[in-house]
Design a protein around this ligand. Structure first.
Ligand code: TXA
Ligand code: MG
Length: 378
C-alpha cells in the first residue's frame, strides 16, 4: 500500500509512563495510566507500547477488524503474519495446538523475554493474524508496561514492530510518534527499549528448534538447553534473497531499510579502519554525505586519521555504537543510528560488520537486510 494514500487522521492519545517497573508502590499509578489504552485494546482499537525489544503496535489478536487496523496503520502487506503477545502461560492454550516437550523447556528458561515461538495454531485462530499460515507466533514479553497492558486488556495482543512498513523498528517513543501519530488510537511513551533488536523467532513445530530470525536469545543458548538448534537456510550467507523459501514470511520483504545506501564491512579493527578511511576519502571527492557506524574505539582512530590528513569535514557523520567489548550496546543503538543517519540526510552509510556468532548473528542479520546484502569481508 502506498503510505501516502493513507489519509484517515486518527486522534492519537500519547500517554507517558515514567515509572520504574520493579517498584511495587507504582503499581496503582501504572494501572491508572494504562486504563485507557487497555480499554482501547478491548474495544478493538490499536495501541503502540514499549517492549524490551522494540516498540510494538498492538491490537486484539482475536478480532479480524482489530488486526486489520494494524496492517492499515503500518502500510504492511497482510500476508506477513503477526506475533501474538501474552501475559501468562495459560493464554497459550487457546492459541497453540501442540507444544513439544523441548519447547516447554525453552519457554521455562526464556519467558517472559525476547523470544517468539512458532507453534501449530488452533483452528479457531483467524488466518488474518497468521497471514494465512497454519502456524502462530507467540511471545510473552518481559517489559512491565507490555505485560500489564496485555493483562488489563484481557486479550492476546497481536503486535508487529511499531514502525511504518520498511522503516527500522522503533527503539524509542520518538520514532513511534514520528511514524504513527495520526494513524493509531494511542501511543504509550515508556522510554528507550533495552534490547533494541526484535525478538528471536524460533520454529518449534519440528523435532529440532529452528531459528527463523536471530535475536537476543542466541542459537548457542538454545542448543545448550535442548541439545540442538538449527538456523533457517534462508538466513545463511550474505545474500538476502537466497534460494531457500523463507519459512518466516517477514524475511522476504525489504526491511529495516534506511534511505541511505548501507555498506557493511567485516574485518579486524585495523583492517576495517583502513578500508573505511580509504572509502571515505574516495567518496569525499564525490561530495556525498557519508555516515559511519562503528565501535567507539574504531571511530577514535578514524577521526584522528581524518584530522591528520585534513579530511575531517561536515560531510562525514560518525556515530558510535558503544565499546567493542559490549556487543549488546551495538544491538541497542543500531536502529537508532540508522534513523539518525537518515535525519542527517546521509547518502551512504558504512557500517561495522561483526562475526556471525552469538548475538553477532542478530546484528549481522539486521545489517544484511539494511544493506540489501552489500557485505564486504576483508
Ligand atoms: O520483538 C519483537 O518480536 C517485536 C515486539 C513488538 O514484540 N515484534 C516484531 O514483530 O518484531 P514483526 O511483525 O515486526 O515481526 C514478526 C516476525 C516476522 O518476521 C514474521 O514473518 C514472523 O515474525 N512470523 C510471525 N508469525 C509467523 C509464523 N506463523 N511463522 C513464521 N514466522 C512468523
Ligand atoms: Mg517489524
Amino acid at each position: 500500500m502506498d503510505q501516502k494514500m493513507f489519509n484517515k487522521q486518527v486522534n492519537t492519545e500519547i500517554i507517558k509512563v515514567d515509572l520504574a517497573g520493579d517498584d511495587r508502590d507504582h503499581l496503582k499509578e501504572l494501572e491508572a495510566l494504562l486504563k485507557r489504552p487497555a480499554e482501547i485494546l478491548s474495544e478493538n482499537g490499536v495501541v503502540a507500547f514499549p517492549t524490551e525489544t522494540v516498540y510494538g503496535l498492538g491490537a486484539n489478536a482475536l478480532s479480524d477488524e482489530a488486526v486489520g487496523k494494524i496492517y492499515e496503520a503500518k502500510g504492511r502487506p497482510s500476508d506477513n503474519p503477526l506475533i501474538v503477545h501474552i501475559s501468562n502461560i495459560d493464554m497459550l492454550k487457546d492459541l497453540a495446538m501442540e507444544v513439544k516437550d523441548y519447547a516447554v523447556v525453552l519457554m521455562d528458561a526464556f519467558w517472559p523475554g525476547p523470544i517468539t515461538f512458532v507453534f501449530k495454531k488452533r483452528p479457531n485462530i483467524s488466518g488474518k493474524v497468521s497471514g494465512g499460515l497454519d502456524t502462530i507466533a507467540v511471545r510473552m514479553p518481559s517489559h512491565f508496561i507490555a505485560i500489564k497492558l496485555i493483562e488489563m486488556s484481557g486479550k492476546p495482543i497481536a503486535a508487529p514492530s511499531a514502525n511504518l512498513s520498511g522503516k527500522p523498528s522503533p527503539t524509542s517513543s520518538r520514532y513511534v510518534i514520528e511514524d504513527l501519530e495520526g494513524r493509531v488510537d494511542c501511543i504509550i511513551d515508556g522510554g528507550d527499549t533495552e534490547v533494541g533488536l526484535e525478538s528471536t523467532v524460533l520454529d518449534v513445530t519440528g523435532d529440532v528448534p529452528m531459528i527463523l530470525r536471530p535475536g537476543k536469545i542466541t542459537q548457542e543458548e538454545i542448543a545448550a538447553l535442548v541439545g540442538e538448534c538449527e538456523i533457517d537456510n534462508a538466513l545463511k550467507g550474505d545474500a538476502i534473497n537466497s534460494e531457500g523459501v523463507a519459512k518466516s514470511p517477514g524475511m522476504k520483504y525489504r526491511h529495516y531499510a534506511p534511505e541511505a545506501e548501507v555498506q557493511v564491512i567485516v574485518g579486524s579493527s585495523t583492517e576495517w579502519i583502513k578500508a573505511v578511511y580509504e572509502r571515505m576519502i574516495s567518496q569525499n571527492n564525490e561530495a556525498l554525505k557519508v555516515g559511519v557506524m562503528s565501535f567507539d574505539e574504531d571511530l577514535e582512530v578514524l577521526k584522528r586519521l581524518l584530522a591528520q590528513s585534513h579530511e575531517l569535514n561536515t560531510r562525514f557523520v560518525l556515530l558510535g555504537v558503544g565499546s567493542v567489548k559490549d556487543m549488546h550496546q551495538y544491538g541497542r543503538c543500531l536502529f537508532d543510528c540508522l534513523r539518525r543517519f537518515d535525519e542527517m540526510k546521509c547518502d551512504v552509510v558504512i557500517a561495522r560488520g561483526v562475526e556471525d556468532v552469538g548475538f553477532g548473528q542478530a546484528i549481522m542479520n539486521r545489517l544484511k537486510k539494511a544493506s540489501e546484502g552489500k557485505v564486504t569481508r576483508i
